[in-house]
Design a protein around this ligand. Structure first.
Ligand code: EPZ
Length: 423
């Protein structure tokens, strides 16, 4: 297994191009199953997760043309040959569960393994299944598989989510586009990836309005064609690099980052003493010599502070002056980075869903273990400002969601090397 060795890197200077968003690309790929003609995605992030999704689609009969290293992926689902997504393909990555809705809508039935829990919490899919039932699907769960059928097609429904779920909103949209009649989703998620999915589906002939607000209306259509769609810039990758630049100081331009998707982070960074300039083609992050001050953050659905940036912001707060309280409100177990950051000398006390971070004047390098994607990158950020060498083990998590991380940070002066012998 690979590991990263990271040395204190000094102020980062330069330009980082932001990739297409992993969490959007995965749902857009699932959307290809709805299309009778090819769906072509550009700005596709080359990641372990997106490559894995491509494999699952191929196993269902989708012809995927995505040469190694290319950012253009063509998916042709003219002939779906299987409607079964087995345990081995779903357990490794939860987003693969999202093929259920499109298969159900297009073919009328599907059998997809339940995704199970993961490191950050139990993560049930009850809201997804209730949405399909509201659209008239029969659902049974047998031997760890969801067997769903709507042999006479799905019907439009009025669905009021009891709480906000990104995945359930997207999955309900993916099914409702081919349902008979209108579906109204209330208390829907407003994350930018929802808008990206709606724009792509509309380009394929769907009729979706209200995305980006809590009420989404979907007028079902008989079939979807195909389209060419550019995957939205990854706000979490951009936010991560913004935090890394804030931590090391310096001057970094994040090319393609969208300020409108990162409002809560930009506010928090400015409060912490970081200069964030919104430029026509991206964001510039600057901190020249000034200190960082502690800021409290509470994770919330968009436009609140994203849970996917909580670990990275905690790493920043480890070296800020004062005490910051970080509350995690989305997932029940998303502080696994706290003990690892403490190994680098951070002063963090976790109580339930709250982490109290007392800033320290310096961190010190140590061997640490990555536990999930965002936790892993928070350790990289801390390591960039720690004295001495840090090794981050088990970095396969990083490869699931960050494209060429060490190269992108390295071009701005970060001293990161990868080697292949970690336990
Ligand atoms: C998406 O997960 C993202 N994953 C997550 O990113 C992100 O952290 C999360 O949204 C919140 O923004 C992908 O897009 C692939 P949810 P998702 O449904 O859709 C509970 C990363 O690091 N819930 O909004 O699974 C759930 O357990 C990943 O890239 C139910 O109880 O998140 C959680 O507590 C991690 N029942 C809360 O809702 C359901 O049926 C919000 O989860 C669905 C969700």
């Amino acid at each position: 297994m690979d590991k990263l060795s990271i040395l204190p890197s000094g102020p980062m200077e330069g330009r980082i191009p932001i990739s297409g968003a992993k969490n959007s690309a995965l749902k857009l790929m699932a959307a290809s199953l709805l299309c009778e003609q090819p769906l072509v995605l550009t700005s596709m992030p080359n990641l372990a997760d997106t490559r894995f999704m491509a494999k699952l689609l191929q196993s269902l009969g989708v012809v995927v043309e995505w040469p190694t290293g290319e950012a253009l992926c063509r998916m042709d689902a003219a002939n779906i040959t299987s409607t079964i997504a087995p345990y081995d393909l779903v357990r490794k990555m939860r987003a693969t569960f999202n093929v259920l809705g499109p298969l159900l809508a297009r073919v009328g039935h599907a059998t997809v393994s339940l995704p199970g829990g993961c490191a950050i919490g139990a993560r049930p899919v009850d809201l997804h299944l209730k949405a399909f039932e509201a659209m008239g699907a029969d659902i049974v769960i047998e031997e760890g598989y969801v067997k769903a059928a709507a042999l006479r097609g799905l019907k439009g429904a009025h669905i009021n989510f009891p709480f906000i779920s990104v995945g359930a909103t997207e999955h309900a949209m993916l099914a409702a586009v081919l349902a008979d009649g209108e579906t109204i989703l209330e208390n829907a998620a407003c994350e930018p990836e929802i808008g990206d999915l709606a724009i792509c589906l509309n380009a394929c002939g769907a009729k979706i309005t209200g995305y980006g607000t809590p009420t989404i209306r979907i007028q079902g259509v008989a079939k979807l064609t195909g389209a060419r769609h550019d995957v939205i810039a990854d706000r979490i990758e951009a936010g991560t690099f913004a935090i890394a630049a804030a931590a090391t100081g310096g001057n970094v331009f994040l090319e393609g980052a969208r300020a409108e998707d990162l409002g809560a982070l930009i506010d928090a960074l400015r409060k912490a003493g970081v200069t964030v300039e919104v430029e026509p083609k991206g964001l510039r992050i600057k901190r020249n010599g000034s200190g960082l001050v502690a800021v409290d953050v509470d994770t919330r659905p968009h436009p609140g502070f994203p849970t996917d940036l909580q670990a990275q912001f905690m790493a920043l707060m480890c070296i800020a002056e004062g005490t910051s309280t970080i509350r995690e409100n989305i997932f029940e177990n998303r502080f696994m980075h706290a003990p690892e950051l403490s190994r680098l000398g951070a002063n963090i006390t976790v109580r339930g869903n709250e982490a109290i971070v007392k800033g320290v004047s310096k961190l010190k390098g140590a061997p640490v273990m990555a536990t999930d994607l965002r936790a892993s990158v928070s350790l990289v950020i801390a390591a960039l400002v720690a004295e001495g060498e840090t090794t981050v083990n088990r970095i396969y998590h990083l490869d699931r969601g960050f494209e060429r991380l060490e190269e992108k940070l390295g071009r701005c002066g970060a001293k990161i090397t990868r080697s292949g012998d970690s336990a």
